[in-house]
Design a protein around this ligand. Structure first.
Ligand code: FAD
Ligand code: NAI
Length: 488
């Protein structure tokens, strides 16, 4: 890095928020540098999050399906074996392919990539402790903080990523544990719990609340997916808290009791996965040198244009407010650069989809029933089960449903919740509908002129969906919101 030249933009953290902002800034003609300490771009998501976990989810699902779901399809298989080392290699090749791809995109878009740990020296200067040794400084007219998040530790248990693990250990185990206890039944607990349960571990999930799935999941959907995962072999202890843990012996012991108090029970496990949420990461960033503080949850406080109280310093992604999701970080990366270059940007926080990549998948966008009840909103619900969908039937994969929630008066869609194969792809249609302010039906009119003028009048249930596809269930759930579905 050159010490003399001042950049238009310096980005600290090359995760999804940071690398996307860097590419966008390069494309917009800004002189930009991105500092990353991991030695690899893409952050949590590409290196130890979204990508490796989805590789393991996909391949463990294939294995599980070959073991349990072939005979009735007319397929006889011989001996089926698992090769964990090869499964991990396949995962690593997906990760490296993608992280190297970002390095290429940096070059293509004139982004300077600085490998090292950045810390604020003053409001315009970042000191970098280089991975290859030595130090440098970079000056920026503008600076983005995109340092991401880290796993929240569980008091009393020491993470060694072997016996007591976070998601980082859970994507890298070399052996299949006989017994695994998962503390926290949120998205990480259920995704990584699924992986190891499919591969043969006896997995018990301990969740403090009365429902699994983490924040945002509709309560009815949560109950249903819990039943499905239970059928697959996972065990759940809801309304249960872990009071203490002991990792001094060969196995790990965790004491649990009913959240409201009650009899204590000791669970014994080869591996304990701590998955109780993530927290913003700003350690060693030198925020104190520029007088920036974090809120009570460790988040960097920003305004609507991602500006901290020092206006040329912005924060995006997991390190600040909002859901800790890669696509949210990505949207913010683009929007923050647009605020910088054009003065305006756009992220619709009401239409950010969530997907849990279990089998079946769970996906949702917008509000759930419990949130609408709490806000006293009158709504209608329409559901359609995949057991009545022709494609799901041909695939012999019929668990789940599509659930539409729309405003009782205006029919405007308020939330869409799906459990089903490929729910994560299907929710894109729901997100678009929500983004466009669509209704579940829309009122047809016999006035042709009016209907072409008001193109928004005919919405989801009156849009042709190809047959036979899973997305017909989407259309039929929309129909069921104001009238009756045809096939159920
Ligand atoms: P990060 O990706 O955490 O990137 C921050 C980067 O900054 C890191 O690489 C870090 O090394 C670097 N850094 C920190 N401090 C410094 C410093 N001082 N100097 C230089 N560099 C620094 N989200 C989804 O949407 N879909 C999924 O399927 C999904 N799966 C996940 C699975 C797991 C197991 C986990 C843990 C997370 C998952 N997430 C998923 C969440 C997703 O990974 C995050 O929301 C996303 O990575 C946030 O991006 P970010 O850029 O804000 O932060
Ligand atoms: P989470 O917030 O989804 O779930 C944590 C769960 O742990 C909650 O249900 C909570 O009630 C429970 N919990 C908290 N303290 C507890 C305790 N002491 N004992 C028992 N239960 C306790 O957090 P998680 O699963 O760690 O994931 C972190 C974040 O990573 C998610 O919020 C999500 O943003 C992101 N992520 C996204 C994925 C995706 O989009 N598919 C996949 C994995 C992670």
């Amino acid at each position: 890095a050159s010490e003399s030249e001042e950049k238009d933009l310096v980005i600290i953290g090359g995760g999804v928020a940071g690398y996307v902002a860097a590419i966008k800034a390069g494309q917009s003609g800004l002189k930009v540098a991105c500092i990353e300490k991991r030695g690899s771009l893409g952050g949590t998501c590409l290196n130890v999050g979204c990508i490796p976990s989805k590789s393991l989810l996909n391949n463990s699902h294939l294995y599980h399906q070959i073991l349990h779901d072939t005979k009735h399809r007319g397929i006889t298989v011989g001996e089926v074996k698992i090769d964990i080392a090869q499964m991990m290699k396949a995962k690593e090749s997906s990760v490296t392919g993608l992280t190297k791809g970002i390095e290429f995109l940096f070059k293509k878009n004139n982004v300077e990539y600085i490998k090292g740990t950045g810390a604020f020296q003053d409001e315009h200067t970042v000191a970098v402790n280089l991975i290859d040794g030595g130090e440098t400084t970079v000056r920026g007219k503008n600076i983005f903080i995109s340092t991401g998040s880290e796993a929240t530790p569980f008091p009393g248990l020491t993470i060694d990523e072997k016996k007591v693990i976070t998601s980082t250990g859970a994507i890298a185990l070399q052996e299949i544990p006989k017994k695994m206890v998962v503390i926290g039944g949120g998205i990480i607990g259920l995704e990584m719990g699924s992986v190891w349960s499919r591969l043969g571990s006896e997995v018990t999930v301990v969740e403090f609340l009365g429902q699994i799935g983490g924040p945002g999941m509709d309560a009815e959907i949560s109950k249903q997916i819990q039943k499905m995962l239970t059928k697959q072999g996972m065990k759940f202890k809801l309304n249960t808290k872990v009071t203490q843990g002991d990792d001094s012996g060969e196995s790990v012991k965790v004491n649990v009791e009913a959240a409201k108090g009650g009899k204590e029970e000791v669970l014994d496990a080869d591996v304990v996965l701590v998955a109780i949420g993530r927290r913003p990461y700003t350690a060693g960033l030198g925020l104190e040198n520029i007088g920036l503080e974090t809120d009570e949850k460790g988040r960097i406080v920003i305004d609507q244009e991602y500006r901290t109280k020092i206006p040329h310093i912005r924060a995006i992604g997991d390190v600040t407010f909002g859901p800790m999701l890669a696509h949210k970080a990505e949207e913010e990366g683009v929007a923050a650069v647009e605020y910088l270059t054009k003065g305006y940007g756009h992220v619709n926080y009401g239409a950010i989809p969530s997907v849990m990549y279990t089998h079946p998948e769970v996906a949702w966008v917008g509000q759930n029933e419990q949130e609408l009840k709490a806000a006293n909103v009158k709504y209608r619900v329409g559901t359609f089960p995949f057991s009545a969908n022709s494609r799901a039937k041909t695939n012999l994969d019929t668990e789940g449903l599509v659930k539409f929630i729309s405003d009782a008066e205006t029919d405007r869609i308020l939330g869409i919740h799906i459990i089903g194969p490929n729910a994560g792809e299907m929710i894109a249609e729901g997100t678009l509908a929500l983004e466009y302010g669509a209704s579940s039906e829309g009122k047809p009119t016999n006035n042709y002129k009016l209907s072409t003028l008001l193109i928004i009048t005919l919405d989801v249930a009156r849009t042709s969906h190809a047959h036979p596809t899973l997305s017909e269930a989407f259309k039929e759930a929309a129909m069921a919101t104001y009238d009756k579905a045809i096939h159920y």
